[in-house]
Write a protein that binds this ligand. Structure first.
Ligand SMILES: NC(=O)c1ccc[n+]([C@@H]2O[C@H](COP(=O)([O-])OP(=O)(O)OC[C@H]3O[C@@H](n4cnc5c(N)ncnc54)[C@H](O)[C@@H]3O)[C@@H](O)[C@H]2O)c1
Length: 359
């Protein structure tokens, strides 16, 4: 029997609560498909600070490097907020991303038909939305040099950030995007600002060149300002979107609100050999320990793990269908329920999803 090695970094707050349900769903889907998962838990974030003094113990990093994929919860919380920037719980996640060279961030924005009224957009606009935003995660404006603030004697100042990309950095994220588009509806929209920025001119050139290796995927280019309008005007026109770091940061959040609650949003970070899968939400200290957190974002992140790291597309589809079925049957955690409506807890939602997996 095939057994996949998965590192489980549940983290803090609701992290362990929602990750536990994602693990149970993977176990159940594996049992149905005749594959096994060897889950190894490890410390990260605040839990690691309490136990070892630092947010990312060496053993955790070694486990991640030796695993086929990482299932991540969330890190941080008020208990560790007073620590200096470099020792904060959130540094653990940034350090893993850097060490594993996770340069592509995947954020799906799916409008579930039964939750359409939770979207800030009109039903007629948002219904049928199913977008994957791929954001370059390790280059561009957020890391480029030179950067800094210069103070002048007259009291004025000058600040600089640099948007810089090499053709190699663009090519590798473009390849991820084309591969993802291939697993979806084979349409890729590349976002840039090629009418103004020379970085975007190179971006467009490289993406176009890489596209010749993917003749089965339709490629279109769109200016970032136009893309931000189109996302709220006609989101259904998009399938897969790829953008550099800053544009992707903004557009992936814009696309996310189309879907409604934080508790529904999954994500993946890919690039090197090991992918990392995590809900977009944080540790939700306001509801941690109460058993009411929505585990769906974590479960859908596990579905992405099946699809992108293990290439188990049928199993990923099966998990996503189970989530849809549970929602169609009217089950809701508190964050997605109508005011006064009946709700289920984290564990019960996990049970319902496991029960809705078909053979
Ligand atoms: N990737 C990460 O690990 C990550 C991401 C974001 C924030 N954080 C950390 O989490 C802590 C709290 O941050 P925040 O409050 O800004 O964001 P948050 O996402 O934790 O919570 C925002 C709001 O959404 C709700 N919410 C979030 N996830 C939910 C779920 N699954 N089910 C139901 N409701 C849910 C919360 O109750 C809260 O009201 C901070 O320490 C922050 O640094 C970590």
């Amino acid at each position: 029997m095939t057994t996949y090695r998965i590192a489980v970094l549940a983290g803090d707050g609701i992290g362990p609560e929602v990750t536990g349900e994602a693990v149970r769903v993977l176990e159940a889907v594996g049992k149905r498909s005749g594959v096994g998962f060897a889950f190894t838990p490890a410390l990260i974030g605040g839990a690691a600070i309490d136990a070892t003094g630092g947010p990312l113990p060496k053993e955790t990093l070694e486990l991640c490097r030796a695993s086929q994929a990482i299932l991540f919860g969330a890190v941080g919380g008020p208990k560790w907020d007073h620590l200096p920037q470099e020792q904060k719980a959130e540094r653990g996640l940034l350090a893993i991303r850097k060490d594993l060279d996770l340069f592509a961030n995947l954020r799906p924005a799916v409008c579930f038909p039964m939750l359409v009224d939770a979207s800030p957009l009109k039903r007629s606009v948002v219904e049928g939305t199913d977008i994957m935003v791929i954001r370059e995660l390790t280059g561009g404006l957020y890391y480029g040099e030179p950067r800094g603030i210069e103070q002048f004697a007259d009291g004025s100042a000058r600040a600089v950030n640099t948007m810089v990309y090499t053709s190699g950095e663009i090519e590798r994220v473009a390849r991820v995007a084309f591969e993802v588009a291939r697993k979806r509806r084979r349409k890729l929209t590349s976002v840039d600002k090629a009418n103004v920025l020379v970085v975007s001119t190179l971006w467009r050139e490289v993406v176009t060149r890489v596209g010749r290796d993917y003749p089965d995927v339709t490629l279109e280019h769109i200016l970032v300002d136009n893309c931000s309008m189109a996302l709220v005007q006609r989101p259904t026109q998009f399938d897969t979107i790829v953008a550099e770091n800053t544009f992707g940061d903004i557009l992936s959040d814009e696309a996310a609100i189309l879907a409604g609650s934080m508790g529904m949003l999954a994500s993946a970070s890919m690039g090197g050999k090991v992918g990392l899968y995590e809900p977009v939400h944080g540790t939700a200290p306001d509801i941690a320990g109460q058993g009411v957190a929505n585990p769906i974002a974590a479960v859908l992140s596990a579905a992405m793990l099946l699809r992108y790291s293990l290439d188990r597309v049928d199993d990923a589809d099966r998990v996503e269908r189970a989530v849809r079925r549970v929602l169609e049957n009217g089950h809701r955690t508190r964050d997605i329920a109508e005011p006064g409506g009946k709700t289920v807890g984290t564990r019960e939602m996990g049970d319902l999803i496991v029960g809705a997996l078909e053979g």
